[in-house]
Design a protein around this ligand. Sequence first.
Ligand code: N01
Length: 512
Amino acid sequence: MTEIEVDHLIIGAGFAGLCAAIKLNESGERDFVVIEKDSDVGGTWHINTYPGAECDVPSQLYSYSFALNPDWSKVYSPQQEIWDYTKRVADSSGVLDRFVLDTAAEESHWDAERQRWIVTTSAVGSGARTTYAARTLIAGSGGLSEPSLPDIEGIETFAGHTFHSARWDHDVDLAGKRVAVIGTGASAIQLVPEVAKVAGRLDVYQRTPNWIIPRNERHFSTLEKTVFRYVPGAQRAVRASVYAALEARVPAFTRFPKAMAAVEAQVKRNIAKGISDPDLRAKVTPDYRAGCKRILVSNKWYPALDRDNVELITDGIARVTSTGIVAQDGTEREIDVLIIATGFHVTDPPIAQHITGRDGHTLADVWSKTGMRAYKGTTIHGFPNLFQLVGPNTALGHSSMIFIIESQVRYVVETVRAMRRDGLGAVEPTLAAQDAWSDAVQRRMRRTVWTTGGCASWYLDQFGHNTTLWPGQTFTFRRQLSRFDPDKYDVTALSTVPSDKGTPTAKEAVSA
Ligand code: N01
């Protein structure tokens, strides 16, 4: 098996991996490879092709700060536009020659003597294996990438078509079919209104209702787009105002959950507008504080549930048979297609099973005992030179993840720069630094709506801790990650172990 030495190996070509590649390249770190298991860049925006897929963060903020897009068509962008945007940015950034697509990262372990991550990859289809020996491992595989499938009795026996919302099967024609959707989260509320338009009958299985605020569906006018393109600073000013408006919501999430009463009143008006049947209104009205689960955005969900061909089932699922779903009240509803919209593995990311650190333990082993913990959500004790993008406590309930990703990538670049300057071969946060940071985050969680709001959510791990979200303003997060802080790290000088002679460079390897 060939071994390729590179300075940096990046896993994932979504917003995070692409940002890391571009910013490393700009900083002069050109010896890297990006491994992507899918056939194109774009990550979640390439993979999630379900009908109705759109972003629920305003377009003006859902782009890189260094690549504004004056051409967004709407206030909230559709999936295809965002995917196209990532492809354009990748094309124009001059880094694509170091992307290896259709290739999955399999196993990674830290070789302390060589001060390198040894990463085995396999090509999708052929299974051809390659080994990389990289100074840093930058994991950008996404917090919401691995579908979580429900553990429902008999689900494997269903004889019709079944697929997850994030693995949409476009070969299945839903026209006139009897369809069931399990789940009523962010994905379901977007796809259900579209499926309802074509399905003969649609059964929607809701476990918990969500708070769903109205969505601004406005298209940007030609004049606005022209101004964004040609008037210096105009689009940045709009972006800044959107950013500020979203940040203004943070205190309600983190310190004053009672302020969410205003959101709840707005949602109740949205329900009254969209649904005529009082029983159905009651079924979709949550009994926990708004914000405890992600607040969703839609004008189409309530009217879709109000349609004659749609039924909302809230009795719970007893089992799935070969022909349909049996609810807890014993009613069996026959279906042709089962769509699973039950979300993703978030607090138990599968990639953690494949990363083995300094002591021979996988990240999954470590986190199964402690919950997800990292220093500043990015570097991890026991895992030198590993950078986890969108790591523990970096996700947001109120604003754009791209802001967080750029903050983390800045930290990666600063750390790599310091390693070069100071001749360091390995940097690893001390356990004390990691614990202090994680404990401080957990202390801040106590007053948040995610802890006090009276709901169960995928933000919480098996210990009941919210190890997913950042409990503060995003500019605070950015400030914390603005420079490498060597006093919080165990650092080791660059070892003199010679590298294998004759190994190809990243560029040679990719083009081979
Ligand atoms: O997943 P979810 P998603 N039996 O976990 C239900 C992002 N996103 O794919 O609430 C029955 O939110 C579960 O019920 P409950 C965004 O960050 C963004 O919809 O746990 N039901 C819930 O209703 C989002 O938050 C966009 O009681 C079961 C649903 O399945 C994240 O992705 C668009 C069940 C899962 O909802 C995930 O959204 C789409 C079971 N066994 C997604 N297990 C944007 O627009 C789970 N459920 C940017």
